[in-house]
Design a protein. Structure first.
Length: 157
């Protein structure tokens, strides 16, 4: 007789207890839910990436700034000019772009805080001043300006 026409002989049967099958079914159904249930917390717009994601802005040994820092300075100057021209919305855009390009550079945070102050967003202005102070460090010029703006915000509240 031809071996191809023969019925296969049943092999050893593998049976699973019902509770194990039910657990596997529940797990298979819940796995996609578990994987999508905990999305990352969205960042507030205008804030830079978390520190481990930042690209360093370099000041080279010869004293020249990195292209990122140069671009951020240009955008910051345009933002300052927009503030002087009484256009805080335009200033806000330029300063947020400067922060996006060079997130570890402190002065654009100060100027964005100043812009938020002009737009009456005191809470956001205060938070931006905290970030500016952290990034700027112990520079007396900037610390004095930050303290002056904090005082103005406190007086406004």
């Amino acid at each position: 007789m031809n071996t191809l026409l023969k019925e296969p002989t049943p092999g050893p049967s593998v049976t699973m207890p019902r509770c194990t099958r039910a657990r596997l079914l529940i797990f298979a159904l819940l796995l996609p839910l578990l994987l999508t249930a905990c999305p990352k917390k969205p960042r507030e717009p205008g804030l830079p990436p978390e520190p481990e994601q930042r690209r360093p802005e370099i000041i080279y040994p010869n004293g020249e700034e990195s292209p990122e820092r140069q671009a951020a300075n240009e955008l910051m100057e345009e933002g300052i000019q927009a503030l002087r021209d009484d256009d805080p919305e335009k200033a806000e855009w330029h300063l947020q772009e400067a922060i996006r390009i060079a997130p570890a550079y402190g002065p654009p945070y100060f100027w964005l805080a100043r812009t938020k102050y002009e737009l009456d967003d005191m809470t956001r202005a205060w938070d931006l001043l905290d970030r500016a102070e952290l990034l700027i460090g112990q520079d007396p010029y900037w610390l004095e300006r930050i303290d002056q703006l904090r005082q103005a915000i406190s007086d406004f509240r």
